[in-house]
Ligand binder design. Structure first.
Ligand SMILES: NC(=O)C1=CN([C@@H]2O[C@H](COP(=O)(O)OP(=O)(O)OC[C@H]3O[C@@H](n4cnc5c(N)ncnc54)[C@H](O)[C@@H]3O)[C@@H](O)[C@H]2O)[C@@H](O)CC1
Ligand SMILES: [K+]
Length: 520
């Protein structure tokens, strides 16, 4: 599990070490970690150190000092380095060390031509971004903002540029705790963050700007601080799965009831059911119009279908809503499922039927537009773009108001538990943004919920509080879905109806990972 702590908590954890006179030692560890990643990237790109060039962007705080000390180390390896001092102050000892090692420096405020300086930076092999770290308030401003814009114009987009950008602690310009990007930001190839990840590196636009994330241990003790966000890794999803045992039968493995699809959108039911079966479940009971059931059966004859109410279909968990629009029976099933006390995954058409208060076992899976409507119906007016800019804030707000677990879909999927716990998954590929993708995600989460509903050991296996089990299940669903999408995309654009194959393969890998973890 990757655990992020707020910028404020990281600074609090640093305080006792600073009081003990360890500030410089911390900074040297940070600089060493940054240097190591920059060196690794240079080598990976087939560029050695001798003859290579680096530009260090150094702001007025300790972030700039870290970058200058990393620059010093590059200089001692034969890299030619220039520092651009972006603030009105600079850490004197760090600049002295950089200069002593042969580095030259220029003040951005004195530069006659920012575009020329940016073009120089864009011709370097590596750029260390030490403009702003955890001390940032707001986005980049003034000459720093102008410089980053000019650099982007000169270097081109990240995928195409030749300069490797390594962010010191975080890409300058992102919200440390939110990932919010309001102005220019230097999109990094890699970010080297110190002590622990910060939430902004995992969420939304901040996660995109961070590139590959490296966490460098600098000896902070964060054990007394609450995680601000967590990301499940494969081993966590593997630990969470409930594997069938010798005494299991279809009912004990978990039955998922699915009230999805309607005359208007029959396909959503088939997609959700296919994904649920591929994730692994004892049985799927389908409730809905006969014509939709016929479509489900064409692909999955093992599904047990009926047109009755949910009270007549015993299940361990429910999935309601995919493709269920303009259908009173489906709406009633959604309402009854949410009132049953059982775990329920609530998607698309059923989101409008969520009552005032539910429990954390009700997992809502809106996209930003649906979340906007859900919040508006509860008196919170906001724009879709605002939700996309700060997804964790709005997912949390929805969880807080409704009592439900809220998975907000996006490039990074954010899961907020009503306890305040937050999970963020960045497993997906843009190839998954295609019609029907959400139906398969809800099917995966539904299957996990059905198999784990009566598994008392599940929260312990993944290391979360029992109240946050549903959020962990949703996060694991996003992980499986994202990995399946990536796997599918290896052989071309993702066709959602083909996703069950890759989902099964991803689950097979997780089962194998679990087996390896258990064997001595
Ligand atoms: N917290 C820790 O445990 C450690 C922190 N270290 C480094 O220290 C950094 C934090 O250092 P600081 O507290 O000095 O903070 P920063 O280096 O992030 O910068 C703060 C300075 O930038 C200015 N500033 C703030 N927002 C600005 C904006 N939007 N535009 C322009 N200027 C702005 C402020 O006036 C302040 O002087 C971390 O990110 C990390 O790189 C490391 O040296 C090692 C240990
Ligand atoms: K930075």
């Amino acid at each position: 599990m990757l655990t992020a702590f707020s910028g404020g908590d990281i600074r609090s954890a640093e305080a006792p070490l600073l009081d003990a006179g360890q500030g410089d030692a911390l900074m040297q560890r940070a600089a060493h970690g940054l240097f190591g990643v920059a060196l690794g990237l240079l080598r990976e790109a087939g560029r050695g150190t001798y003859g290579a060039t680096a530009v260090v962007l150094a702001g007025s705080g300790n972030n700039g000092a870290d970058a200058l000390y990393a620059g010093e180390r590059l200089l001692r390896r034969g890299v030619g380095a220039t520092a651009i001092l972006t603030g009105d102050r600079v850490h004197a000892a760090a600049l002295e060390a950089f200069t002593q090692a042969g580095g030259t420096s220029v003040r951005l405020a004195d530069a006659p031509d920012i575009a020329a300086l940016a073009a120089h930076a864009a011709s370097a092999d590596v750029l260390l971004d030490g403009i702003l770290g955890t001390g940032a308030s707001g986005g980049l401003r003034g000459p720093s903002a102008d410089f980053v814009r000019a650099f982007d114009a000169a270097a081109g987009p990240r995928a195409a540029r030749s300069t490797l950008v390594v962010a010191c602690d975080l890409p300058s310009g992102i919200g440390v705790d939110t990932g919010r990007v309001d102005g220019p930001v230097l999109a990094a190839d890699a970010t080297v963050t110190f002590g622990a990840a910060k939430p902004g590196l995992l969420i939304g636009d901040g996660a995109v700007a961070a590139g590959e994330l490296n966490v460098v241990d600098i000896g902070l003790d964060l054990s007394g601080f609450p995680p601000a966000a967590r990301t499940l890794e494969g081993s966590d999803a593997a630990a969470l799965l409930r594997l069938p045992g010798t005494h299991d039968q279809k009912y004990s493995r978990g039955v998922l009831g699915v009230a999805a699809g309607s005359a208007r959108y029959p396909g959503a039911a088939a997609l959700a059911v296919g994904a649920a079966l591929a994730t692994g479940v004892g049985m799927v009971r389908y409730l809905g119009p006969e014509a939709v059931a016929a479509l489900v059966h064409q692909r999955n004859p093992e599904v047990v279908a009926s047109t009755g109410p949910i009270a007549e279909a015993q299940s361990q968990a429910w999935l309601v809503g995919p493709g269920a629009v303009d259908d009173d029976d489906q709406r009633l099933r959604a309402v009854d499922a949410m009132a049953s006390g059982l775990p329920v995954v609530v998607d698309a058409g059923a989101l409008a039927a969520v009552p005032a208060r539910v429990g954390p076992q009700v997992v809502l899976t809106p996209h930003a537009g649906e979340l906007r409507e859900l919040l508006a119906a509860r008196g919170v007016d906001t724009e879709r773009s605002e939700i996309e800019a700060d997804p964790a804030h709005f997912a949390r707000q929805a969880a807080d108001i409704t009592g439900a677990t809220v998975l907000l879909k996006g490039y990074t999927s954010v899961v907020a538990a009503p306890s305040g716990a937050l999970f963020v998954q960045a497993d997906a590929t843009p190839w998954l943004s295609t019609a029907g993708s959400g139906d398969t995600l809800s099917g995966i989460i539904g299957a996990l919920a059905a198999t784990l509903a009566e598994d008392d050991g599940a929260a312990g296996r993944v290391g979360v509080a029992p109240a946050d089990l549903w959020a962990a299940i949703a996060a694991a669903g996003a992980l499986i879905h994202g990995r399946a999408g990536r796997r599918a995309a290896r052989s071309g654009p993702v066709v959602v109806s083909d996703l069950p194959g890759p989902i099964r393969a991803v689950v097979a890998d997780l089962v194998e990972e679990r087996r390896l973890a258990a064997s001595p």
